[in-house]
Write a protein that binds this ligand. Structure first.
Ligand code: UDP
Length: 160
């Protein structure tokens, strides 16, 4: 029997990626967008805005009981954030790899948090942890007309 290589078809997913206030203040917006573009994912939504407290609370509602929750909400509303929707096969898990571990001290060099952070409370970026949460967060942070349907012309060179 012959061994064959074949493309394992990954579901096309969407991830809500948010550059947190420290990432914006530190001038990491371009660097972070570049990493997602170079990986090959497609940008479907992008905006700079000041997060309202209610949205920050709702976004992290699963963490409500955690001791760091109040500080976390303060952190997210402490300055402008950049919200993005990135789309592609397996983007949820892949984005989490690009982002690195929650605690930047444990994050591998080469990941965004590994390269640019020291503390969980200043870890530069958010990425959805499941396809379901991705869709929940996109619906929370973006209005329908803010997302753009388009196809990268380079797509056939990235995705079979
Ligand atoms: N966080 C924190 N202290 C902790 C754990 C988490 O300040 O001990 C913050 C951190 O900014 C993290 C966010 O809470 O990104 C959400 O936590 P989660 O466990 O969902 O981590 P993530 O999915 O962002 O890696």
């Amino acid at each position: 029997s012959s061994s064959r290589f074949f493309a394992v078809t990954q579901a096309v997913e969407r991830s809500y990626i948010m550059i947190k206030p420290d990432g914006v203040q530190r001038g990491l917006v371009g660097e972070i967008i570049t990493r997602f573009e170079q990986k090959g994912f497609s940008l479907k939504g992008l905006k700079l805005f000041q997060a309202p407290k209610e949205l920050a609370e709702e976004h992290y509602t699963e963490l409500q009981e955690k001791p760091f929750y109040p500080e976390l909400v303060k952190y997210i509303v402490s300055g402008p954030v950049v919200g993005m929707v990135w789309e592609g096969p397996g983007v949820i898990a892949s984005a989490r790899k690009l982002i690195g571990a929650t605690n930047p001290l444990n994050a591998e060099p080469g990941t965004i948090r590994g390269d640019f952070g020291i503390q969980s409370g200043r870890n530069v970026i958010h990425g959805s942890d499941s396809p379901e949460n991705g869709e929940r967060e996109i619906a929370l942070w973006f209005k329908e007309g803010e997302l753009v349907e388009w196809t990268r012309t380079i797509k056939p060179w990235i995705i079979e």
